[in-house]
Design a protein around this ligand. Sequence first.
Ligand SMILES: [Zn+2]
Length: 265
Amino acid sequence: MRWLRPLAVTALCASLAACSTSPTGRSQLLLLSDDQLNEMGRQAFTQYQQDLPSADAASQRYVQCITRAIVEVLPEQQRSQQWSVQVFESEQANAFALPGGYMGVNSGMLDIAENQNQLASVIGHEIAHVLANHSNERASTESATQLGLSVLSSTSGIENQQLLGVLGMGAEYGILLPFSRRHESEADVIGLRLMAEAGFDPRASVTLWENMQAASGGGARPPGWMSTHPSQGQRIEGLQAEMQGAMQVYEQARNAGRTPNCPRP
Ligand SMILES: [Zn+2]
């Protein structure tokens, strides 16, 4: 039944003008408003702040320095939106991004990422999730799936209000659920380009994944970021397929004087 999802998206796109295009040119169903999503992101971030202690000031400066360098190269509209990043004290190597530009990195991730370039691949990936509206798309698609075939077979009968009601239920899935493989690959590709544009060595993204694999070796519990990011081998292959272009972007950035200097504390 793999065709159900694309069908749902197509049918709803035809009836609702709720369709958008992701930065890589994929069509997306986006039913929630930015305001709704950003508010959910803010609430989830506040919850995270209550659950986990903040890391030391040097770690905050380190991660903020990398985030600033990447945000600096975004198009004007996205550069001027709100971006906040915080390092949390937790050994679990994890990072997340929420709508509204709220990002978190656990201190365990700072142990696995050996330098600014490796950590920039994590931050670039998380910023990419926000830029590509992945949370909105996920919540919208969950809702569309719940509508079922009966509704889809008569798309003209779908009322906006009805949809939003279902969406309210869909939103209960939460926005901290893992992203799909497609979203992960897309965030990898966009993130790789972002880090290169900011002057971080894109090859470090592959090293980071190798470090993640090594850290999870021996069948032990994989680091959090990895367990929510399936199929490591394919991820590395996907990054390598984009590496040649990313290296060109990286060299242009270096020549243009973008040489970020965010020393690891
Ligand atoms: Zn991700």
